[in-house]
Design a protein around this ligand. Structure first.
Ligand code: NAD
Length: 262
């Protein structure tokens, strides 16, 4: 299948590891020029260097925090300047801490809003004018299965990510006329460092071992295993491609069938 992505410019936020990194690599494998960011300069540069060498594509990588609106603006401007535009923007960030409602502080709520909602707004505001100029664009948000089915002890994610879905649907409605498609991808339990953190916190709360926690998550999915970052990444690349040219405003779960609703 020709995905039609060669030489497109793909910006992938929070991409030094995990799902973000796998996504940056999957775009590079399609011949895209790739822009990456994350907070840790060293890890980010190491990831960028590997992707550059393995796929022989241009990679721009800058370290900053995606909750900093002016840093996002500077980054988007430098990507557009270096590559002559931005075709694809994948928004991503770390996940909020695992907490129940009464354990979550007001600072936790503020931080989750900044990390998982406002960072998406910052990227969208800055990339849309570039996409409008070319009358072609793809914005894909990485959220979670929690957009469809709340997960115990992830009240911050359960609540805040729903706002991202509202934003995705609104942007899809407003900018479809400009050739900009906006979709959301919700990973289920996927083998990354984030999931290890979650297993540690569940293990200390329940007395179960971390392995038992992982096994329980795998058993809950009809496919009886955790997801791989690559599997989420490849769905994102397909959504950005010409093969998905009539899909906008949707949430696609990559969860091994974990979501139990219709
Ligand atoms: P991860 O912790 O492995 O990687 C997160 C990446 O984001 C890293 O590159 C990190 O450096 C970067 N990052 C974190 N905070 C940042 C910030 N403020 N500014 C810039 N960069 C930042 O996480 P992951 O498992 O790849 O998850 C990615 C997203 O998907 C998260 O929002 C997570 O909650 C969500 N998600 C993950 C799973 C899963 O099972 N792994 C399931 C559902 C949803």
């Amino acid at each position: 299948m020709n995905l039609g992505l060669k030489d497109r410019v793909a910006l992938v936020a929070a991409s030094s590891q995990g799902i973000g990194r796998a996504t940056a690599e999957a775009f590079a494998a399609e011949g895209c020029r790739v822009a990456m960011c994350a907070r840790n300069q060293q890890t980010l540069q190491a990831a960028a260097e590997k992707i550059r060498k393995r796929h022989n594509v241009d990679v721009l990588a800058e370290a900053f925090d995606v909750t900093n609106a002016s840093a996002v603006s500077r980054f988007v401007a430098s990507v557009a300047n270096k590559f002559g535009g931005i075709d694809v923007c994948v928004t991503n960030a770390g996940g909020p801490p695992a907490k129940g409602f009464l354990a979550a502080t007001l600072e936790d709520w503020q931080r989750a809003l900044e990390l998982n909602f406002l960072s998406t707004v910052y990227f969208a505001r800055d990339v849309i004018p570039h996409m409008q100029r070319k009358r072609w664009g793809r914005i894909i948000t990485i959220t979670s299965i929690t957009t469809k089915q709340p997960v115990t002890d992830l009240v911050l994610s359960n609540a805040v990510r729903a706002g991202v879905v509202g934003l995705v649907k609104s942007l899809a409605n407003e900018f479809g006329k400009d050739g900009i498609l906006v979709n959301n991808v919700g990973p289920g339990f996927t083998a990354t460092d984030r999931l290890k953190e979650l297993a540690v916190s569940r293990s200390s709360a329940s007395g179960k071992t971390e392995q038992e926690i992982f096994d329980g998550w795998a058993a809950d999915a009809p496919l009886k295993r955790l997801g791989e970052p690559r599997e989420v990444a490849e769905t994102i690349v397909w959504l950005a491609s010409e093969s998905a040219s009539y899909i906008t405003g949707q949430t696609i779960l990559v969860d091994g069938g974990m979501y139990k609703g219709l």
